[in-house]
Design a protein around this ligand. Structure first.
Ligand code: ADP
Ligand code: ZN
Ligand code: MG
Length: 481
């Protein structure tokens, strides 16, 4: 680990695909997984004379994210051409924003477990994605690179943080929190495997107490939280090593090699591009007037952090429950509706955190696909709380509800699952068990208290688990005398 003489400084740049049906400057689909170049037209492959037309929905989503992250959304921002030559960029420039971005400022609060510190944002700007170079997988891949322009022109926002993070764990938490918010807002689908959320990490070190920034290295394209953390940790160690051996960290772009668990140099600052940014003459300034902004602000849902705090207040839930239940908006909605129907928030929370989340995980599905809908779960929780069925039986009822779509009360009535609470039905069973085990009774009377549970267990077995355990215990106790 890093000698404590050094401090790490980290700033992240995150690219998030905006959840639009069509691309940012043309009508092509943004759908993932189509055959190569199925989603391409003269605009997004950059044919001469084709003109871009800005997608209004993309702007709304970008503004939604910016407002939710506390940024200042500028009434007027400007699209600029970022010029570089690469085959996956057919126009020879990427349309982005440079001097006048959509939004500046704002921040993301890290979880309380990490001290709740606020990581400031520098800016959020809109841009288009590039295409994809396919270097292998074809018979002639040793000689040729193929190009897929399906991604070319897909709308993105780039979110740039200030260099406010001090550890790999903080950086990962920042990225996770940001992802949670973007997915919550339905601005982004959070799918890092498909490339709709990507992260570059800028890392430098300095001696503790130093206030100026050290020279940074930028690690490109980290597409999982684990890789982000590993790459940063490796990079911190590498830089400390360089300095400890009398060297200087050089400004460069590096790539993370997941198999080796290390970063490798990709290009130095000397080889860096000069992008020759200039305003795009084909696009007018982007204007987000006060009226449009107000509409977007009004449509922003309660955000995860606020909702988490409300769950603690309103339902008297433990921190742990509230945090888990607000991981996604779908789960939070599900919980609240179920709790309304059950009348017992904590019991409902236990069921959602237990059976519901377990089913989501095991079946690999989202909350919307859980066959037991929230009102139905509320009904189940209510009869468990009333004591109509035991919680053991309730687990089976839940499974039956899942498979049949029937209501809890129906299943309990039809299958005769209600808990037996009347002593007149339980007493004969208790008597039978006691008569059947005279040896055990003798042992208990001789002081072997452990054997008592055995008798209770036998009675419960005879009732096929339906006996009220507390009443059964009382009856066995008094029958032994
Ligand atoms: P560049 O000019 O290389 O694009 P910027 O100043 O625009 O650099 O910053 C890009 C990202 O790098 C931001 O997230 C910023 O917080 C971060 N960053 C800048 N300087 C440092 C540094 N010395 N150490 C760590 N991160 C840094
Ligand atoms: Zn197109
Ligand atoms: Mg920059």
């Amino acid at each position: 680990m890093e000698p404590s003489a050094y401090e790490a400084v980290i700033g992240l740049e995150i690219h998030a695909q905006l959840l639009t049906a069509t691309k940012i400057f043309c009508g092509c689909s943004t759908g993932f997984g189509a055959p190569a170049n199925a989603h391409a037209c003269p605009v997004c492959v950059g044919l001469p004379g084709a003109l871009p037309v800005l997608n209004r929905k993309a702007v709304d989503l970008a503004v939604t994210a910016a407002v939710a992250l506390g940024c200042d959304v500028h009434e007027r921002s400007v699209f600029a051409r970022k010029n570089y030559f690469y085959p996956d960029l057919p126009k020879g420039y990427q349309i982005s924003q440079y001097e006048l971005p959509l939004a500046t400022g704002g921040g993301v609060a890290l979880p309380r477990s990490l001290g709740g510190k606020c990581v400031r944002l520098t800016r959020i700007h809109m841009e288009e994605d590039a295409g994809k170079s396919l270097h292998d997988g074809f018979a002639d891949s040793d000689r040729k690179t193929y190009l897929d322009y399906n991604r070319s022109g897909v709308p993105l926002i780039e979110i740039v943080s200030e260099p406010d993070m001090r550890s790999a764990a903080e950086a990962a938490a920042f990225f996770e929190t940001l992802r949670q918010i973007l997915v919550w807002l339905a601005v982004n689908d959070g799918n890092m495997d498909e490339g709709s959320l990507r992260c570059d990490a800028n890392v430098s070190i300095r001696r503790r107490g130093e206030t100026t920034l050290g020279t940074k290295a930028e690690v490109k394209n980290l597409n999982s939280f684990r890789y982000l953390e590993k790459a940063i940790e490796y990079e911190i160690g590498r830089q400390i090593d360089v300095v400890e051996h009398g060297g200087r960290v050089i400004q460069e772009t590096r790539l993370f090699d997941a198999a080796q668990g290390k970063t490798n140099s990709m290009r130095s600052k000397e080889e860096a591009h000069d992008y020759r940014y200039f305003p795009d003459p084909d696009l007018p300034a982007l204007v987000v007037d006060a009226g449009r902004k107000a509409q977007i602000v009004a449509a922003i849902p309660e955000l995860p952090d606020t909702r988490r705090r409300r769950f603690i207040e309103q339902y008297a839930l433990p921190e742990y429950d509230a945090a888990l239940l607000t991981q996604t908006r779908g789960v939070a909605d599900y919980f609240e509706e179920a709790a309304k129907c059950s009348g017992n928030a904590k019991a409902t929370s236990n069921w959602v955190m237990g059976e519901v989340l377990r089913n989501m995980k095991e079946r690999d599905i989202e909350i919307d696909a859980i066959a037991v809908r929230p009102a139905a779960l509320g009904g189940l929780v209510a009869i468990v709380e009333k004591g109509t069925i035991s919680s053991t039986v309730a687990k089976d009822v839940f499974a039956k509800m899942y498979d049949t779509g029937r209501a809890a009360a129906d299943i309990v009535a039809a299958d005769g699952l209600a808990q037996i609470t009347d002593t007149s039905s339980l007493e004969p069973i208790v008597r039978r068990v006691i008569d059947a085990y005279p040896d055990i009774i003798a042992e208990i009377k001789a002081g072997k208290d452990r054997k008592f549970q055995f008798l209770v267990g036998q009675v419960m077995k005879e009732t096929r688990g339906k006996g009220d355990p507390k009443i059964v215990t009382d009856l066995v106790k008094s029958a032994i005398g």
